[in-house]
Design a protein around this ligand. Structure first.
Ligand code: C2E
Ligand code: MG
Ligand code: MG
Ligand code: MG
Length: 280
């Protein structure tokens, strides 16, 4: 008890407050998992040559009972720290597969959608990840090659041998892997060689300047060509205007995603976009 008092002396009131908030948020997060307070948004990924929707990225949101909608960047770090990302991530994966399989049953069988799911390093550290993925596919009926798992470069930085083996096991199921936010890490090219990647998602920071900064355009077109040389698909992230789009399409970027096409949509809004009701 004496020691406990001394330990508190380390805390400034402001630190204590933020520590308190942290604990509350952690308790909130545990409750959120039990009460299913998470929702998915779906953002279309468009084939630039034809303007058709080729896939969707599933993006998680936390519908907090008092604080309203909390974006992923505001709770995923804590979810990773506390391990809560494991049940949350599994729910995201299962829900995304289930929804995509449902939409594909409604769609023209010649135009199936792929669904992309973001994975955290903490999930990748778990030996049961390949089983979790396999079960999500089996239970939903989504073919493995319709699932894309998105990994960030930071996740790949301090990977261990088991990480690589786990990714290979998941690849062997038929699932495809994408490097998210490509170009923001500091040895992106090394990862392309080391990891069994199928798709490069070019970070929004490159795409932002593509319409008006010649050097940015040259760099982005260079990444697209690199992708082509390695027979990888390229996705441009964060396309916001027609100028960027035409530059990217001219550069033969295969796919694009961004507010110019659509923001991340609720399941209902995506349903309406995919299956517009014909008024006639
Ligand atoms: P990300 O995977 O790179 O996802 C793209 C982010 O860019 C999304 O933000 C999306 O809403 C946003 N975005 C898309 N197009 C545009 C655009 O034209 N302009 C702008 N300004 N933004 C655009 P969001 O949904 O807030 O997600 C942020 C990040 O949180 C994601 O980045 C991803 O790293 C992470 N995240 C989201 N859902 C999950 C999840 O289920 N699990 C994990 N581990 N991470 C997730
Ligand atoms: Mg992503
Ligand atoms: Mg990204
Ligand atoms: Mg990002």
């Amino acid at each position: 008890k004496k020691k406990g008092k001394d330990q508190y002396a380390f805390f400034e009131p402001s630190m204590r407050e933020s520590f308190q908030r942290h604990l509350e948020m952690e308790a909130d997060l545990r409750r959120a998992v039990l009460r299913h307070e998470f929702e998915l948004r779906f953002q279309p990924i468009v084939r630039l040559a034809t303007n058709e929707i080729s896939g969707l990225e599933a993006l998680v949101r936390w519908q907090h009972p008092e604080r309203g909608m909390i974006p992923p960047l505001d709770f995923i770090p804590l979810a990773e720290e506390t391990g809560m990302i494991v049940p949350i991530g599994e729910w995201v994966l299962r829900e995304a597969c289930r929804q995509a399989a449902r939409w594909n049953r409604q769609r023209d069988p010649d135009k199936p959608l792929t669904v992309s799911v973001n994975l955290s390093a903490v999930q990748l550290d778990r030996p049961d990840l390949p089983d979790v993925v396999d079960r999500a596919l089996a239970d939903s009926g989504l073919p493995a090659h319709r699932l894309v798992i998105e990994l960030t470069e930071s996740l790949l930085v301090d990977h261990r041998q088991e990480t690589l083996e786990r990714l290979n096991t998941i690849k062997a199921l038929g699932v495809r892997l994408a490097i998210d936010d490509f170009g923001t890490g500091y040895s992106s090219l090394a990862y392309l060689r080391r990891f069994p990647v199928d798709i490069i998602k070019i970070d929004k920071s490159f795409v932002d300047d593509v319409g008006d900064v010649p050097a940015a355009a040259a760099l982005t077109l260079g990444i697209i060509q690199l992708g082509q040389a390695l027979q990888l698909s390229t996705v441009a992230e964060g396309i916001e205007d027609a100028g960027q789009l035409s530059e990217l399409a001219d550069g033969n970027c295969e796919l694009g995603q961004g507010y110019y096409f659509a923001e991340p949509l609720t399941t209902e809004a995506m349903q309406d976009l995919l299956f517009p009701i014909d008024p006639h």
